[in-house]
Design a protein around this ligand. Structure first.
Ligand code: ADP
Length: 261
């Protein structure tokens, strides 16, 4: 761990910091529920810093195997050597282990996590026969986006019931504007206008906009504005275009940009 790393900027929405701290103290695994780009990753980075723990982040996808998490034997110059996967490394080091978008991982991969989430706190490494106890400070954190696109893909109850869930949503407008100004390097006026636009665009969800603009997209637009790009153009490129290919929705979003800037 880099002991000298600086404090990640995180603006809390409620009591999530205190809740997480208690979960950490009580060795409870945590699930962060919420849409993409609303601050879950930043929150984990902040908590790892605050708790003084290393952070191991794993982005989940459907090709991720248990061996990718736990480790594998590698052949090196005629010798076979064991190499820890990121989960094993986190268990040994007592790190916070953050599995981003865990629902993307296959079930047989996710079950590897189970013995780490109960009183056993062990990682069975099948290939070496090792039963690795988690070092003090180890904590499992998963993120999960319960959005529309997850209808067919969901976490099994046997997995979800092993986690304390913290709900994340987009921050209230005044807070989101503070975040956008800080992260995007724009003045308060532009930040407020971007958040106002986001709220109008988020209302289009009822008209079929599948993905609504996240705080991340607002930050991207703010950065372009801060670099001297004309605000409308920044909004089209960073917010409108990434969200849809549908002509009717694009045109509705263009109108909202023009009404805001
Ligand atoms: P998620 O993990 O939910 O997809 P991130 O944590 O990556 O989202 O958030 C996207 C970006 O939004 C961050 O990089 C940061 O710039 C900004 N952000 C969102 N919420 C916050 C917050 N509460 N405090 C500070 N920055 C935030």
């Amino acid at each position: 761990m880099d002991a000298a790393r600086s404090e990640p900027y995180y603006l809390p929405a409620g009591d999530e910091v205190a809740l997480f701290e208690q979960c950490h103290r009580r060795q409870l695994a945590v699930m962060l529920k919420g849409p993409t780009g609303c601050g879950k990753t930043r929150f984990v980075e902040f908590m790892a810093w605050r708790l003084g723990r290393p952070l191991v982040t794993i982005s989940c996808h459907d090709d991720l195997t248990a061996s990718d998490l736990v480790g594998r034997f590698l052949v090196r110059q005629d010798a076979t050597v064991w190499q820890d996967g990121p989960l094993t490394r986190a268990v040994r080091e007592g790190a916070l282990c953050y599995l981003d978008e865990v629902v993307e991982a296959r079930q047989d991969t996710v079950v590897v996590l189970h013995p780490l989430t109960d009183h056993r706190r062990v990682l069975p490494i099948e290939k070496t026969g090792e039963l690795l106890p988690a070092a003090p400070g180890f904590q499992l954190v998963i993120s999960y986006n319960p959005g529309y696109q997850r209808m067919l893909k969901d976490l099994k109850p046997s997995t979800r019931q092993r986690f304390v869930a913290l709900d994340f949503t987009f921050p209230p407008p005044e807070r989101e504007a503070v975040i956008v100004a800080h992260e995007g390097g724009t003045d308060a006026g532009h930040a407020r206008a971007l958040v106002e636009l986001a709220q109008r665009l988020r209302a289009l969800q009822d008209r079929g906009l599948a993905e609504v603009p996240s705080t991340r997209l607002l930050v991207a637009a703010a950065r372009l504005i801060a670099s001297g790009i004309e605000p409308r153009s920044a909004c089209y490129s960073a917010i409108v275009s990434p969200l849809s290919d549908e002509p009717a929705l694009l045109s509705a979003m263009h109108d909202l940009v023009e009404a805001t800037f």
